[in-house]
Design a protein around this ligand. Structure first.
Ligand code: ZN
Length: 131
């Protein structure tokens, strides 16, 4: 799951279909996210210490992550994300449609660099496989 809190997502199904909004919280274990302004419900609350007035509270309910897609500004729509290593060995997320990188997810590591090093390693593996 490559969607993170703070990302802009587009709702792809349900009553709020088409809405573009920001992810507030992600619950990876449940596979759900709370998205700003999406799946709003009125919760009726009784008078209490926390809510001395009581009344109707408007809040967002969690939505299934499969019902939202990462919003790519370049493509202007919800897209799937991939993860890849860049030339300097850092890991980044990218749009599977247009290939635009959308932010680093791990710092640069020489072992993962996709520069000249990776090409040198490849033939060595081929030789080992033959043996
Ligand atoms: Zn894109």
């Amino acid at each position: 799951m490559l969607i993170r809190s703070g990302d802009t997502v587009q709702v792809i199904t349900g009553a709020d279909r088409g809405v573009k909004s920001r992810v507030i919280v992600i619950d990876r274990a449940a596979g759900k996210a709370i998205v700003e302004g999406v799946a709003r419900v009125y919760k009726h609350v009784r008078r209490s210490q926390k809510h001395p007035q009581g009344g109707r509270l408007s809040k967002e309910m969690p939505v299934q992550l499969s019902n939202v897609a990462f919003y790519c500004a370049t493509c202007d729509k919800g897209v799937r994300l991939g993860a890849r290593f860049t030339k300097d060995g850092s890991k980044e997320r990218f749009c599977r449609k247009c290939g635009t990188g959308v932010g680093q997810i791990a710092p640069a590591k020489a072992a993962h660099a996709t520069g000249g090093d990776a090409k040198k390693k490849a033939p060595a593996k081929a030789v080992a496989a033959k043996k």
